[in-house]
Design a protein. Structure first.
Length: 353
């Protein structure tokens, strides 16, 4: 249920109402929008009459029932307004959301050594990226493939963070690692393979760092939003949804099928910020620029691009990684599309040479 308050409702009245709803066994969430205050009611509201709620205060404008299974993640829960996730980074806060410039995340699939991660961080920062990505703990299909350097790679990410000022995004696979990864990471990534690892979702929901939730490769949009709901229900409202390609029938020419149509679909269903990952979404670096441009044209709020100083020698995902030079070129091309749709930070416009 969403309780929409009239413009100018006194704060004390909104608080009084929230206390009343708590007394009914519900969890009220006050959301202060640009124009109005709304109170989202979470809990068992199936038998609750809208009229009974309306009677509780003359300041209530309307009461709406959210029919979707996800509540906090639903667009209605914020009365149609987009939310933003503001990530603290050494370079200052970086907002990710519908009303902000496209934020670009770039870096290698895996953190391999200090030199490569620091060099990549500096190169992608110079090209305009806001975040460095890099896996310390890697979810690999084969137990014999490189599994990531683990804890020692966290220290290397920290060095790259200090050297570049970029925010760090890295994956957490195990509930036991959440706290130590959160000490270094500015955003915790839950990977496609763990999208429905409910213990992990609850754990990242019970800590403060924003969460990047990748879409499971065979998951529907509703399942994905329900996974986001787990994180939000556990107390963390800062969730970014990342489309990274879904399993379809071609495995030869594309690794996955990047579902660009999720952008307008998610826009209507949820207020949460959206990221698209054309690297995992296609599997081949040659396809990344086209799909990155398509993602911006479609209205994504952010992009994730794998960049490696020497893709041929990468310990994971080399074939889909851009070199830093190719990433530079791509960022200049993206600026054209980003400016055309009014979503590019002006300082990132390509320098005239
Ligand atoms: C990754 O980001 O390196 C990764 C493993 O992604 P996904 O979970 O989308 O496969
Ligand atoms: Mn990867």
């Amino acid at each position: 249920m969403i309780v929409v308050m009239r413009v100018g409702s006194p704060e004390a009245e909104v608080s009084r109402l929230c206390e009343e709803f708590k007394g009914w066994g519900l969890t009220p969430e006050k959301i202060v929008g640009k124009h109005k205050v709304v109170v989202g009611l979470v809990g068992d509201t199936a038998d609750l009459e809208e009229a009974l709620i309306r009677e509780q205060s003359p300041w209530i404008e309307t009461v709406l029932r959210v029919e979707r299974p996800y509540k906090r993640a639903s667009r209605e829960f914020r009365h149609g307004e987009a939310s933003e996730v503001v990530v603290s980074t050494p370079n200052g806060p970086v907002p990710v959301g519908e009303h902000h410039p496209v934020a670009v995340v770039a870096g290698p699939c895996s953190v391999e050594n200090e030199e490569m991660i620091v060099e990549t961080a500096q190169r992608v920062k110079a090209a305009g990226a806001k975040f460095l990505r890099g896996g310390a703990y890697k979810p690999r299909t084969s137990p014999y493939s490189f599994q990531g350097h683990g804890e020692s790679a966290l220290a290397l990410l920290d060095a790259a963070r200090q050297a570049s000022g970029l925010g760090i995004i890295t994956e957490v696979m195990d509930t036991a690692d959440v706290a130590k990864i959160a000490e270094v990471a500015d955003v915790l990534q839950v990977g496609a393979r763990n999208m429905q690892n409910f213990a992990l979702l609850k754990k990242v929901g019970a800590q403060d760092k924003p969460v990047l939730l990748k879409r499971g490769m065979s998951c529907t949009i509703d399942e994905w939003l329900m996974a986001a709901e787990y994180i939000m229900a556990a107390g963390n409202p800062n969730v970014i949804l990342c489309e990274r390609g879904i399993r379809t029938f071609d495995r030869k020419h594309t690794r996955n099928t990047l579902d660009v149509s999720v952008v307008p679909v998610l826009r209507s269903l949820t207020h949460l910020p959206i990221m698209l990952d054309p690297s995992h979404g296609t599997g081949f670096w040659e396809l990344v620029p086209s799909m990155a441009k398509a993602a911006i044209a479609a209205g994504t709020d952010s992009l994730m691009i794998e960049v490696h100083p020497n893709p041929a020698k990468a310990l994971s995902d080399g074939p889909q990684s851009l070199t830093p030079d190719r990433f530079d070129t791509l960022m200049k091309e993206l600026a054209v599309i980003g400016n055309a749709v009014g979503r590019w930070e002006s300082s990132r416009e390509p320098a005239l040479v």
